[in-house]
Every structure is written in C-alpha cells, then in structure tokens.
Design a protein around this ligand. Sequence first.
Ligand code: SF4
Ligand code: SF4
Length: 366
Amino acid sequence: MLYRPYGRTGVSVSLLGFGGMRFGAINNREKSVAMMLEAARAGVTYFDTAPDYFGTRSEETFGDAFREMRRLGLPYLSATKTFKSTERDIRTELEAQLARLGVPAIDFYHAWCITSLEGWAGRKRDGLITTFRKLKEEGLVRHLCVSSHLIGDEIRELLMEGVFEGVLFGYSAYNFHAREKAFEAIAAKNLGCAVMNPLGGGLIPQNPDLFSFLKSREDETVAQAALRFLFSDTRISTVLVGFSAVEQLRECLAAVERFTPMTPGEIAGIKAKLGERFLELCTGCGYCDDCPQGIPIPKLMDAYNHKRLYGRDTALTERLAWHWNVSPEEAAKCTACGQCEEACTQHLPIISRMEEIAAMKPHAKS
Ligand code: SF4
Ligand code: SF4
C-alpha cells in the first residue's frame, strides 16, 4: 500500500480508501466485515461512511469491522459525515455515530454534501462552525472536513474560508474539469484531499471499450487505468472506492501494488481524448431520487449517459427498455419543479433532459 499526507494534519492515509456506500451484501454483516478486514490487511487505513448509507447499516458494519481491526492490531482511520447544522442536532447525531462506529472520536468528520453556497450560509447561520470547533476541542472529532458537490469557483470559495482541514469531492478521469479549481484552495490552505466516485459510479468499468483510451499499459484493466490516472495526481491524498464485491477490492488493490505514475505526456493524451461526450455524465449517486412525480430520475439519467457516450437516441431507449424496463414516457410527468436539479451532485440539466427523453419513442422489444 502507498500512503500520502492528509494536508497539514500530520496524518498519513492510504492512497486507496474504502467507501461504505456501495456494499453489495449490506445485510450479510459477516461478508461485509470480511471485505473490510481484507482491505485493512492489505494496508487500507482510510474508511469512509455516512449516517445515511443503507440507513445506519453502513456505520454499524464499520463499527463491527473496527472492533475486529482493533483485536487484530490493524490500524484504521474513521471518516463520517453529518447533514445537521445546529449544535443540538449535530451532538445528537455524533453521539449515535460514535456508538455505531464503536470509537471514542471520529478521525475525519465532514459537513456533508454542500451543494450550494446558499445552503452553506444557512448551515453557518445555524452555528455549524462553532459546533464543529467545540467538538474538536472536546476530542470527539479529530479533523474538521467538508464533503462538497460544488464546482469551479464556488468550491474554491468555500475552502478558502479556512474552516476545514480537508475536503471530499467527486473526481474521476472524465469529470476532473469541473473541480480543478478546488486544487488551488487545497494548495493554498494545505488541505487533505479525498476523492470519491473515481470510477464514475461504475460507468467506467461497465463501458471498457468506450474508456479504453485511459489505458497505457497492457497489464491493466480500464478501472485500474482510471485509478492510476488519479493516483498519479499527488495533490490527492486518498482515492475512495465504494466496493460492492471483494473482486472489485482485489482489482483496486492490484492497481496500487502495480502502480507506476503516468507520465505528463500520458495524462495530456487522456485529457486530449476527452471530448464533449464524456462531459456532464450522471454518476448514479441517487441524490436526486425523490421526485414528487415519482419519476425514476437516476434510471432515466443513466440511460441519457448512453445517448451521450454512444451518440444516438436509440442507445438511450434500448438502455431504458432492456436494462431498466422503464418507458421514456415517464419523463413526461416532469413539472419542472427544480427539486432534482437543486440536489444533483453533478449540476446536470435534468429538466431539459427529461424534455428530450419524453419526446423519444419507446424502444420496441421484439
Ligand atoms: S424537476 Fe421534474 S424530474 Fe425533477 S423533481 Fe421536479 S418533477 Fe421530478
Ligand atoms: S442526475 Fe445527478 S443527482 Fe441524480 S443520480 Fe445522476 S448525478 Fe446523481
């Protein structure tokens, strides 16, 4: 395993981090814990979860795994998050999280999912910053962090406020443009940097032909190449992968073991090949999945990815028919209320995509 400094904290973290939002067998605690222990034995130390991944089951699974890691003498660092903003709510949530995780303090505690500067201003008005600082003084959290879906100048502005010691945001070989400016603040404030969704929520490994241009070695898979692209960026402290199965964990561990940095020429070559179709892709995070009209937005947006990637409408309608069994007519229910666009972690124009999809003819199954 390779390790990198987490900003100015003095803590080193494993370059490959374990994300707890995609367990394939969350109800099989033994299996999920075994996967976490395999990661820890291979040297993974950064373990990231949240209070709402599979309800509270991800944090509970982490708690069981951490107990085993302590028994086995395996080092680990805990990372989790809170949506809450008032002192009373944050304290109540943190108390429950410490109990679920079975730890006396959280190593990296994140203000979770900042999607707009207005929303961040509201959390500040509620007293989040003062509360976070008190919790650190009391030793209940060790490092103050933020998980943000802001892009461009906004994420830089948030980080330059100097509140946080580290940041977590989505970053991959195809969407790095949107968050490039975050690195200016990360360097200026010497922040730790964890990136999530490095494989586009599965989009990269599920489309190996389309993403084959990421590979510059014969002995790597497209997922390993996508990770190598990120590992080569020394501004990143840890790359979080949400593993649904142990085979994925092993594939990613192999990417670290065999890591050789990409040359500047290789990186420039990849960036040059990223045309229009690789931009503005849905990562399947599901944050928009609460449509008042009951529209299955993530499924429709996943199908829209196929239209962009393959450059034809039928790729979308085929995906809806064969993979999701959803009609494009579903999109016509959209009232343009805007709720999903407000929640979208990738700032995608969901309403106009719903209009486009609604105008398409369903794929005729033969
Ligand atoms: S804008 Fe349309 S798709 Fe989005 S939440 Fe509102 S009704 Fe649903
Ligand atoms: S449309 Fe946006 S919020 Fe919804 S699943 Fe895709 S990336 Fe996530």
